[in-house]
Design a protein around this ligand. Structure first.
Ligand code: MTE
Length: 309
């Protein structure tokens, strides 16, 4: 398992794409299937040991796809804008303010946040609300590790996240596409779920700016817009947080935003998705909870998912 504990990779730490792919096929060949909770207990999806694998047959997108077809509206609304313009973002030094209902509020440097964290490789599906998808080999650590460190106080029910807002570096924020800064939120139990990741890299390399460097959320069973990039603030609170997309259009985007093929977006079906990198006509059926139902469906028992979209 690769560990870039301080976020800085040495030559030896990098997993080249080719090595990565070989390791993938080795694991696939061993017939390991299903990312069950038992597997999750093993943590590193491709770590040494018996451990887990991602759902069978998952083939990661190329680094090229992952870093050139992006949504990061702070740099423009075109898919190629982030790759073109996000290099303007200064990502070092970086700090994250953690506040609200926590025992140890404060502004933490990224080095302090990463100290002692086990950086894992997790191969996750990413399903955008726009009905396209990719498979991404993230590096990162579980959000719950950080939340446990700062001590969540009883009474906290939600976690709010905020992206940096830097008009000098982000050419897209001069336009009122969203109510900047980009904000997202999770229920506390969603935030504490072992699938919920804070990502620091892809393919064993530092996260490209366009993918949300230096630290971004990844919640694989929700539409991609929940996976907020370049986080500068995390707030534990009692009330449901303000979220940018719901604020922009609450009929089209809800707070939960769980991937759900049965609940259409008002302007398009969510039953299928276009597979990026799979050729022009490549589509697949969208899975409930993006294929992670076994792990997360119980979080929503008793909730009407067509109303709580
Ligand atoms: N975070 C911020 N701050 N700004 C954004 O525009 N776009 C979201 C999400 N996080 C976005 C964001 C959307 S719509 C998606 S699909 C994913 O990031 C895309 O992540 P990727 O570019 O790394 O694939």
């Amino acid at each position: 398992m690769k560990r870039n504990w301080n976020g800085k990779l040495t030559e030896n730490d990098v997993t080249p794409e080719s090595v990565y792919m070989n390791r993938r096929s080795l694991i696939a060949g061993a017939g390991v299937a299903g990312l069950g909770l038992a597997g999750l207990a093993g943590l590193g999806v491709f770590g040494a040991g018996p451990a887990a694998a991602a759902p069978e047959g998952l083939k990661p997108n190329s680094f090229e796809d992952i870093s050139n077809y992006n949504n990061y509206y702070e740099f423009g609304t075109g898919k190629e804008d982030p790759a073109r313009y996000a290099s303007a973002l200064t990502t070092a030094p970086w700090s994250v303010e953690i506040n609200g209902m926590v025992d140890k509020p404060g502004t933490y440097g990224l080095e302090d946040i990463l100290k002692g964290k086990q950086i894992e490789e997790r191969l996750y599906r990413l399903r955008c609300v726009e009905a396209w998808s990719m498979v991404i080999p993230w590096n990162g650590f579980e959000l719950r590790a950080l939340l446990n460190e700062v001590g969540v106080q009883s009474g906290a029910k939600y976690v709010a996240f905020e992206t940096a807002l830097r008009p000098d570096e982000m050419r897209g924020v001069s336009r009122p596409v969203l109510d900047w800064p980009y904000r997202e939120g999770l229920r506390l139990d969603e935030a504490m779920h072992p699938l919920t990741l804070l990502a620091t890299g892809v393919y064993g390399k530092d996260l490209p700016n366009q993918n949300g460097a230096p630290l971004r959320l990844v919640v694989p069973w929700k539409y991609g817009f929940k996976s907020i990039k370049s986080i500068v603030r995390i707030t534990l609170q009692e009330e449901m947080p303000f979220t940018s997309w719901k604020d922009a259009n609450h009929r089209e985007y809800g707070f939960y935003s769980n991937v759900n093929p049965e609940v259409s977006h008002p302007r398009w079906s969510q039953a299928t998705e276009r597979v990026i990198g799979g050729g022009l006509r490549s589509r697949r059926e969208t899975d409930m909870f993006n294929g992670y139902g076994e792990e997360v469906a119980s979080l929503y028992s008793g909730l009407d998912l067509s109303k709580n979209y």
